[in-house]
Design a binder for this molecule. Structure first.
Ligand SMILES: [Zn+2]
Length: 319
């Protein structure tokens, strides 16, 4: 059966979607024509070009690091969250000009939700035109939010987190220190744990979670967290908000006598906190923090944003 020309790899972060797309791209481009159960040869001209990042028939479309004008005119080198329209226009050219090596051409898009509707629509125009040797491998961590018109033009392949044992074994094999204790927090996605460990974000998350398990006065708390967000290679604000959301979720579990989902090892501490909280205020806090998350990627003033977050999140505990 021939491979569909537009595949959507859908599922949570950190379960191997991008790794699979990269493997598949290598195989599609490999000029030794590997069989169905073989990997790319690694030695042909195409494999060598892929290894050096210079294959003319391969494109990776992802949010690019861009100079952004920060507040007060200072320029801020930040990774953009969006795929720009210009990137998809360049793809159009790539699509219409013939291939360089006479074989397959492959484009990886990571992730699809980084395209706003205008950008996604210009991609759709390309997807509508059939082309025998052209493959789109599209990644999505939130595929339910994609345009229905996009979903209808791709073959969706679901990626699910591995079983707990398998995930633990993978982390041990890849020598991720303390990896197993983070699996619940990361929804059993071992690659998400490994990525957070390698980037140093795990240590910062650890500090945030220690604070959440021993909550202090909200404004002082906000000041401490600001340092974690501002530090070089720091925690993204959204990641911090997600940690707070998970904590609020587990507080709700503890308050109603249910088992925590993200912090199972902290059951005792959470139950103690659960005893002193107001359930209606907790529900309100969960809603408000969910709303704050939408602004987490571009807060006007990070300090004020964190103060708002801490005040709202800690209110159910009477702080
Ligand atoms: Zn090869």
């Amino acid at each position: 059966m021939p491979l569909p020309h537009a595949l959507l790899f859908a599922g949570p972060k950190g379960v191997g979607k991008r790794e699979t797309a990269d493997e598949l791209a290598l195989r599609l481009l490999c000029e030794s024509r590997p069989g169905p159960y073989e990997t790319a040869c690694g030695t042909c001209a195409s494999c060598v070009m892929m290894a050096s990042g210079s294959h003319p028939d391969y494109r990776l479309v992802q949010p690019e690091a861009a100079e952004e004008e920060g507040e007060g005119g200072e320029s801020d080198k930040k990774k953009s969250k969006q795929i720009r329209i210009g990137q998809v226009r360049e793809l159009e050219e790539f699509f219409h000009v013939g291939g360089h090596r006479g074989g397959a051409r492959v484009c990886v898009i990571d992730p699809a939700e980084a395209m706003n509707p205008v950008v996604a629509n210009s991609l759709l125009k390309i997807l509508e035109e059939p082309s025998a040797s052209f493959y789109f491998l599209i990644i999505s961590h939130r595929w339910r939010n994609l345009l229905p018109t996009l979903l209808s033009r791709v073959r969706r392949v679901m990626f699910n987190p591995p079983a707990g044992r398998q995930a633990q074994e993978w982390l041990a094999r890849n020598k991720v220190p303390d990896g197993a204790k983070w699996l619940d927090f990361f929804g059993n996605a071992p690659l998400a744990v490994a990525d957070a460990a390698a980037s140093g974000r795990l240590r910062k998350l650890d500090a945030i979670i220690a604070d959440l398990l021993d909550p202090q006065e909200p404004l002082a708390q906000a000041a401490r967290w600001e340092a974690h967000v501002k530090a070089e290679g720091g925690l993204a604000m959204e990641e911090l908000v997600i940690a707070v959301q998970k904590w609020l979720h587990d507080l709700g579990q503890a308050a109603t006598g249910a088992a925590p989902r993200y912090f199972p090892q902290q059951n005792k501490t959470l139950s103690a906190l659960g005893q002193r909280l107001s359930l209606p205020l907790l529900l309100q806090a969960q809603r408000q923090v969910g709303q704050l998350r939408r602004w987490a990627n571009h807060p006007l003033n990070p300090r004020l944003f964190l103060e708002d977050l801490c005040v709202r999140a800690f209110r159910p505990l009477g702080l």
